[in-house]
Design a protein around this ligand. Structure first.
Ligand code: ADP
Ligand code: MG
Length: 703
């Protein structure tokens, strides 16, 4: 990169060692270059001067022109404030300071004309402006030559205490550009891309991102910088995938034979949906191609992913390979084992279960049969990853609810054969396209976008805590119809730290409302022994108990088609994806199902919004898009382990989907023409990728 990256920020006039240290510690800025890549998070329009009479309690940042009439210090020592009366000639507004009082009193003069800038707030029914920014008319005029839009920078409390507020950062960046003057900043995109997509050059983009001349130039600067940021991520992912595909051959599954065909003709419990058929076809093409398959199967809860997994494993078996499924919880592994060994009972395929609770004696047998190839399908939890688990010839790995596993864990399954097996990862937490493209950029994606026939959409209802009696009456009616009920709690025990409902008290309360003579209740939570959990789960699954109280251990995968009501206690405690997952435990049979979200009446706006989304949508993709918009990608499940830098500098995966698509298209096109990026015109790309790989960004290898 340019020499700006080697210039230490502490040598910039107005910075010095103390501030430099703060910048390093707080925002990881140490060079001139780091600083100019620290972008404003928003812009305020300072071209307009307001009148005091125009201000109301909802006003955002505003600018006034006028004079200070008086300044008064109020209050005792430690609670001292400075209050000033400011007039624009017609009206008067209060300005107020809680800190730096002496400085203000010394610096600003009564009756001199100033431009003040700040955010009005309401205190005791009156509007004031706290800690306004004050400029002399001269200062304001010189700043305005930079344009009417002023960038605001994120700063930390420590930075503010060290005289590095947003305005100070603005000034520092300005000084860097003064220092740069007319020298160019070397381009980081090749000229053919700049031309083809009509992008602003780097220097103008950087200048306008900090000091926008006007709105249009700001837009162009943002566009160029976002596109570039996303483009390099895509280029890196797509190039790595190409290299990996060259290095690893995939097993070729040519046969569709005895197992698959017999199952399809004789054992299928129901008609496959069109979506099932399409997805199986996509996978068949993959496993015949000679490439190692790395495919993500997305399908909303209840869409029938297990069946697809099973049929895909049978293809492996038809080609003399073994297959395995790894699930994130013991409950889920058990359930897969039950349903798959049930479906395969006629077919004479050997299936085994391996979890933390598998006995030692059983393990020895299992290891032996796995190594000699007699055992064809292994189902289990993380226990599958252990070194002692050695396959004779593993050809297909299925990972269920993949967002629960880290990249490293998935990679370990790869190593269970000399040549990596095909990998199908399944998720019921639909990942918005933009995120999938970044997170799993090297995975092909299949989608089951259709629910099995006969399903009725789940009705979702939001009830406040104090209306819960009605809920119990409703549940009694459902139980009388022969249905079963889930109650989910966020906590196991009462906690001093939160008011959320807990399973212990909940269980006691439910026992009173649903007395033992007429109702049976199961309970599962994470602190129980696996054997106990299993027993309780079994009782519910077999219909011996009508109510299951649980923590989120039942969030993923559990399948009891007769259950028709999901009650979620303290629903405000859960994120959207989690709520959707929990809700997916019902609606698996043909009965009308219900999800009842119980919350406290005191809800934040965000929680209200979440409840509304749940009440109004059953569509997992819609919900995950909304989740992404509300929370940002860094908080979504699965992103933390991804190794992808989600602290993007400027692009936003929630809102920049189109730019991302374009970035990917450009990267694809370039790699098609020049897969090694060694042509003259792509020189910059190679250089830039190597720089990024060396730099702070951790391009985790994803698989
Ligand atoms: P998920 O995609 O959430 O893992 P499952 O594989 O557990 O879903 O399937 C949910 C339920 O739907 C199961 O009870 C399964 O037997 C049933 N099912 C799957 N496919 C079909 C189909 N084509 N027709 C009818 N029922 C189906
Ligand atoms: Mg499942």
């Amino acid at each position: 990169m340019s020499e700006l990256s080697t210039k230490d920020i502490k040598f910039l006039s107005g910075v010095g060692p103390k501030k430099a240290e703060l910048l390093k510690k707080e925002i990881d800025v140490s060079s001139f270059e780091d600083m100019i890549y620290y972008f404003p998070y928003k812009y305020i329009d300072r071209s307009k001067v307001y009148k005091i009479s125009e201000i109301n309690s909802t006003s955002s940042y505003i600018q006034l022109k006028g004079r200070i009439l008086s300044m008064t210090e109020i209050g005792e020592k430690r609670k001292q404030r400075l209050s000033a009366k400011f007039t624009d000639g017609n009206d008067v507004i209060e300005l107020i300071w809680f800190k730096g009082i002496k400085f203000i009193v010394d610096k600003y003069k009564i009756n001199e004309e100033y431009i003040i800038f700040g955010k009005p707030s309401v205190f005791n029914g009156k509007i004031n402006i706290a800690h306004p920014d004050i400029e002399t008319i001269d200062e304001a005029t010189s700043r305005q030559t930079l344009g009417g839009l002023q960038g605001l920078y994120n700063t930390t409390e420590r930075m503010k205490n060290g005289f590095l507020n947003s305005k100070a950062i603005h000034k520092i960046v300005f000084n860097i550009f003064t220092h740069i003057g007319n020298t160019t900043i070397p381009e980081t995109l090749p000229s053919h891309i700049l031309q083809e997509y009509n992008l602003l050059n780097l220097k103008d983009s950087l200048i306008n991102i900090h000091f926008p001349k006007n709105n249009e130039l700001l837009k162009r600067a943002q566009y160029r910088l976002k596109l570039e940021e996303l483009f390099y991520i895509q280029l890196n992912i797509l190039r790595t995938t190409r290299i990996k595909n060259l290095r690893y051959k995939g097993f070729i599954f040519e046969n569709i034979g005895h197992y698959f065909n017999t199952f399809y003709k004789e054992c299928l419990p129901f008609e496959l949906t069109d979506a099932h058929k399409r997805v199986i076809k996509e996978i068949r093409i993959d496993v015949r191609s000679g490439k190692q398959m790395n495919r993500l199967l997305q399908g909303d809860v209840g869409s029938g992913k297990t069946l697809v997994a099973l049929m895909v494993m049978l293809i492996a078996l038809d080609n003399d390979f073994q297959a395995c499924i790894m699930a994130p919880t013991e409950i889920l592994a058990n359930q897969h084992y039950e349903s798959i060994s049930g479906l395969l009972s006629e077919l004479g395929v050997s299936v085994a279960l391996l979890t933390g609770s598998t006995k030692k004696s059983e393990r020895a047998m299992l290891h032996e049969n796995l190594a000699n190839g007699e055992l064809k399908i292994l189902i289990g939890t993380h226990a599958l990853l252990e070194d002692q688990v050695v396959f004779k010839n593993l050809g297909m790995v299925i990972i269920d609810e993949q967002h629960r596993f880290g990249v490293a864990q998935r990679a370990r399954l790869w190593k269970k054969n000399i040549q990596p097996p095909h990998v199908l990862v399944m998720t019921a937490t639909p990942i918005p396209r933009t995120l999938a493209m970044t997170l799993y950029g090297d995975l092909d994606v299949s989608v089951i976008d259709q629910l099995p026939p006969g399903r009725k959409p789940i009705q979702t209802i939001h009830r406040l805590d104090n209306k819960r009696v009605g809920v119990y009456d409703f549940i009694k009616k459902e139980i009388a119809l022969g249905r079963q009920i889930y109650f989910v709690y966020p906590l196991i025990q009462e906690s001093e730290k939160s008011d959320y409902q807990n399973i212990e008290n909940g269980f006691e309360r439910l026992k009173e409302i649903f007395p033992q003579e007429s109702y049976k209740i199961s309970m599962v939570h994470g602190k129980m022994k696996p054997s106990e959990k299993d027993e309780q789960m079994q009782a519910f699954a077999s219909g011996k108990t009508q109510i299951l109280v649980a923590t989120t251990v039942i969030e993923v995968g559990v399948n009891v088609p007769n259950a028709s009501v999901m009650v979620i206690e303290s629903a405000e405690r859960f994120g959207l994806s989690q709520l959707h997952q929990l809700r997916g435990r019902v609606g698996r049979g043909c009965d009308q199902s219900y999800c009842i979200l119980i919350t406290s009446p005191k809800l934040s706006n965000e929680s209200k919004q979440r409840m509304n989304i749940m009440v109004n949508s059953n569509d997992g993709f819609e919900i995950s898009e909304a989740d992404l918009k509300m929370r940002g990608p860094g908080d979504l499940e699965g992103t933390q382990q991804s190794g992808i830098p989600f602290n993007l500098k400027i692009a936003n995966l929630a809102t920049d989907g189109q730019i991302l698509q374009q970035a990917r298209d450009i990267a694809t096109k370039i790699l098609e023409e020049d897969s090694n990026l060694d042509s003259e015109k792509n020189f910059v790309l190679n250089k830039q990728l190597n720089q990024l790989a060396k730099g702070k960004i951790n391009w985790g290898a994803i698989s």
